[in-house]
Design a protein around this ligand. Structure first.
Ligand SMILES: [Zn+2]
Length: 178
């Protein structure tokens, strides 16, 4: 997730079978980086920086597919609204591109949620906020005090709302969180 991160422990594994390809993955607390054995120390150091940045970028992105988005919504519903049983678990969540003017919307009857695909390229914690907002509508349809108390359980709510206001202002759009 976002925020200052400590430099992870890095373990470089060199392989004579690797020619040019470098790969990185997490293994517990460590990041393992596989690289060709003939790389120089300078190349090794440059690749470590590059692969850590790439890994962090990959991990900071949110769900890409509708299935991944639905799974994420289920996780968030359990984590933040678990005390409401399955009341905040949606029937389905979809990315949509025709949602001008809205970051997200929720159909209480069908219990489905749609998110603007513009959120896909924003940090994962911003899309998570919009999901939280729409999940909370499954419990509280209106924007009353009870609704905002639910939404406020997500610790990055204020930060995400500020982020989205900023994006809308830069784009000159009137975007609303519905
Ligand atoms: Zn709303």
């Amino acid at each position: 997730m976002a925020g200052p991160q400590q430099t992870p422990l890095v373990e470089v594994r060199r392989s004579t079978r690797r020619r040019r390809t470098v790969a990185a993955y997490r293994e517990g607390e460590r990041v393992v980086i596989l690289m060709p054995s003939q790389f120089s120390r300078a190349e090794e150091s440059a690749w470590i920086d590059k692969m850590l940045a790439r890994l962090e970028a990959k991990e900071s992105r949110g769900p890409r597919s509708d299935d991944a988005l639905t799974a994420r919504a289920g996780q968030l519903a359990a984590r933040y609204f678990g005390d409401h049983g399955t009341a905040a678990v949606p029937a389905g969540v979809r990315w949509v591109s025709n949602q001008r003017g809205r970051w997200g919307s929720c159909s209480s009857d069908e219990r489905t949620i749609r998110l603007s695909d513009r959120l896909r390229d924003m940090p994962a914690w911003v899309a998570d906020y919009v999901l939280i907002h729409e999940l909370a509508h499954l419990i509280e349809p209106n924007h009353g005090a009870a609704f905002w108390r639910l939404v406020g359980r997500y610790p990055k709510t204020e930060r995400a709302r500020g982020f989205l206001e900023g994006v809308a202002a830069v784009a000159g759009d009137a975007y609303a969180e519905d």
